[in-house]
Design a protein around this ligand. Structure first.
Ligand code: UDX
Length: 433
């Protein structure tokens, strides 16, 4: 099948490469010439485990190409996938639809023959109707259907998730459109759950899933606070809860709060949709409020450790919003750091295995950048772990302790076992124990 994908970000690019690997002829379109030029030169524009080799393989096989021209990408496509950003509006926090609307309006004039337009971007309920209207207005004779095809790819695992989906949700209102999507996902037939639902249900499923997961994380973070006061261990509690198949063990890891490009944005957008539809979504509102507060509380946890010092040296490990990605958007690490940096005094040195470049764009010269974890902790008064990178688990605690001025650790991802850290002489604060 000939597929055009509009947007080459964390959703568009892995989806494009994955669909090429399945044998489709894919054209990735992006209006940003620097991204397209890099991709044309064989340079991958984002870090995603396993993506680079699949990208090279499919470029070499001639199954994927890149262009800034909407015309070149769309005019021969059987399926056009919209995967552009829907960033939060700065004031209302509703999903900003300007890129979606621009893409729909622009692609309309290049449609030739029957084409399915699918939205992979997370879009408010009713967007499919809006896209339909925009295209028909611009090109009244166009023969097309609009379907909702939400993505559930986790950053860092996008390639794995693409090939091993828990479910594929298709919001299609016509038989013709359903058939095109069935053809696209033929390789998954019998291997995964394919759900055909109303387009508006499909658009809601994406928000409802992300909001539910955000609430689950917020819940375990509240339990972590409780366990700290009550003398319980949140991991034992999570294990006991997760063994109930109705609850499940996943997404019960306590930490500094959820972040990333999806959960904060999608919970806010869902809450906005609740308000505009006159529906009480107070559970989601509570998770948003609690998650914002959590990052402030975690910053306090760090500052309390060095409260007696005027100019403490703080070493921070981990900047991305979670392990396995270079993405710092809405990263709890960034927000905790910014909170710490509003207080006069602390000198902060940071290190992250993959996110240094993205972090520099956000933090500038407010912090110092180390080349590895050991350099970051040299002479530090406290070591703070903010992202759950596996390589941090392998750090030599004795070596860290020797390099630091004061042996103190605030481990907001519970990277180490308190017993081990204490043996190495650290004063230790984790989460939920
Ligand atoms: C999420 C959804 O999981 C995915 O299905 C959707 O398509 C996009 O949004 P992603 O943003 O990549 O994916 O990250 P995810 O792995 O879900 O983690 C989100 C945040 O929650 C991270 O900050 C992570 O550290 C935090 N988290 C996750 C926890 O604090 N505890 C957990 O148990 C799980």
């Amino acid at each position: 099948m000939k597929v055009a994908i509009i947007g080459t970000g964390y959703v568009g690019l892995p989806t494009g490469v994955g669909l090429a690997e399945l044998g489709n002829q894919v054209t990735c379109i992006d209006r940003e010439p620097s991204k397209i030029n890099a991709l044309k030169e064989g340079k991958i524009t984002l870090f995603e485990e396993g993506l680079e080799e699949l990208f090279h393989k499919n470029v070499k096989a001639g199954r994927i190409c890149f262009t800034t021209s909407m015309k070149d990408g769309v005019e021969n496509a059987d399926l056009v996938i919209i995967a552009v950003g829907t960033p939060p509006h700065p004031i209302t926090k509703e999903a900003d639809m300007k890129y979606i609307h621009a893409a729909a309006t622009e692609l309309a004039e290049y449609l030739r023959g029957y084409t399915v337009i699918a939205t992979k971007s997370t879009v408010p309920v009713g967007t499919g109707d809006d896209i339909e209207m925009l295209i028909s207005k611009k090109n009244p004779t166009a023969d097309f259907d609009v379907v909702s095809l939400p993505e559930f790819l986790r950053e860092g695992f996008a390639v794995y998730d693409f090939f091993h989906p828990d479910r594929i949700v298709v919001g299609a209102n016509t038989k013709r459109a359903k058939e095109v999507i069935l053809e696209l996902y033929k390789p998954f037939k019998g291997k995964t759950n394919m759900l055909f639902v109303k387009r508006r249900s499909s658009e809601t499923i994406k928000y409802a899933s992300n909001a539910f997961l955000a609430i689950k994380i917020h819940y375990i973070n509240e339990m972590a606070n409780f366990c700290e006061k009550a003398g319980a261990d949140v991991y034992e509690v999570a294990q006991g809860m997760g063994a109930d198949s109705r609850i499940g063990p996943k997404f019960l890891n306590p930490g500094p709060g959820y972040g990333g490009s999806c959960f904060p944005k999608d919970t806010n957008a869902m809450a906005y949709m609740g308000r505009t539809n006159g529906v009480d979504l107070s559970l989601i509102e509570a998770a948003i409020k609690g998650n914002d507060l959590r990052k402030k509380q975690m910053a306090k946890r760090v500052l309390n450790m060095v409260a007696t010092q005027k100019t403490p040296k703080i070493a921070v490990l981990g900047l991305s919003f979670k392990g396995g990605t270079d993405d710092c958007r809405e990263s709890p690490a960034m927000e905790i750091l910014n909170e710490i940096l509003t207080v006069p005094g602390p000198k902060v040195t940071v290190y992250d295995p993959k996110a240094m470049e993205n972090a520099k764009k956000l933090l500038g010269n407010k912090v110092q950048y180390a080349k590895d974890a050991y350099e970051a902790v040299k002479g530090a008064d406290v070591l703070v772990i903010l992202t759950e990178w596996n390589q941090f688990k392998k750090l030599d605690l004795e070596k860290l302790a020797k390099l630091m001025k004061h042996k103190r650790m605030v481990d907001l991802r519970n990277t180490f076992r308190p017993e081990d850290v204490k043996v190495a002489g650290f004063e230790y604060v984790g989460v939920g124990k």
